[in-house]
Ligand binder design. Structure first.
Ligand code: M1P
Length: 253
């Protein structure tokens, strides 16, 4: 069978990108320069993104045509996955954890949130997603300015780190991973459902090379596992400009 990727110069090479800090500044939109370089890259290799956020946020950041602009779109680490605009079968967090345990978890989170000191609170403290829950002490409705304030406050007071410790203690019987990947929140998902999860969606393509670009490649960062996975060639970047520079060098763009 002829692959849909056969027209590319290197159809056996996949290049995957983290979103925040790699293709866009954190929670902001993609620049024309990055878009242009990705278009040129897509002529040569298969491209995809793998982000922790859900698809609606990636549409805001990468554009309304995101499903058509990338060969693979992996939201929530690949728990929501698209190949050439068609959704792939996946698993869900609620099926994994079960309603009863999830209920206990949410009650604990809400009680804990109401018991801590914080200078500001906004709304949407817990976001239920397909492959994870996202918990934010200030709330996901915070503005950019409020996000920056919370991030600075959290650095000093370790609000998220302490919250994670409390959850780990209370739910030690569940094999959950807690990942502080962004500015104001942390993600909770079954261990193993980190960004390496998306690789199972591309296994049958037998890519000879899978490159991964990410900015949180340090231990504890949400790019750490896929960056270090033996199936990928990892590239650690500091910004979208850095991503562009490495792409131009590596793929002669
Ligand atoms: O992609 C990194 C993280 O981006 C957001 O984090 P925050 O809102 O805290 O900056 C969230 O969507 C989070 O799930 C994601 O891991």
């Amino acid at each position: 069978m002829i692959s849909e990727f056969a027209y590319k110069e290197r159809p056996d090479t996949l290049v995957l990108f983290d979103v925040d800090g790699t293709l866009t500044p954190a929670r902001l939109t993609i620049s024309d320069e990055v878009k242009f370089v990705l278009q040129a890259l897509r002529e040569k290799v298969v491209i995809g993104f793998v982000g922790g956020s859900d698809l609606s946020k990636q549409v805001e950041q990468l554009g309304a045509t995101v499903l058509a602009d990338f060969d693979y779109c992996f939201s929530e680490n690949g728990l929501t996955a698209y190949r050439l605009g068609t959704e792939l079968a996946s698993q869900s967090f609620i099926d994994w954890i079960g309603e009863e345990e999830y209920n206990r978890f949410v009650v604990f989170v809400l009680k804990y949130l109401s018991s801590i000191e914080l200078p500001k609170r906004r709304g949407t403290f817990l976001e239920f997603r397909n492959g994870m829950v996202n918990i934010s002490p200030i709330g996901r409705n915070a503005s950019v300015q409020e996000r920056n304030e919370f991030e600075a406050y959290d650095k000093e007071h370790q609000v998220r780190a302490k919250f994670v410790q409390a959850l780990k203690k209370e739910f030690s019987h569940l094999d959950l991973t807690y990942s502080i990947g962004g500015q104001i929140s942390f993600d909770v998902f079954p261990t193993g459902w980190d960004k390496t999860y998306c690789l199972r969606h591309v296994e049958s393509e037998n890519f000879k090379e899978i490159h991964f670009f990410g900015d949180k490649t340090f231990e504890g960062g949400n790019d750490w596992e896929i960056y270090n996975d033996p199936r990928t060639i990892g590239h650690s970047v500091r910004s979208p400009e850095d991503t562009v520079r490495i792409l131009r060098e590596l793929f002669d763009l």
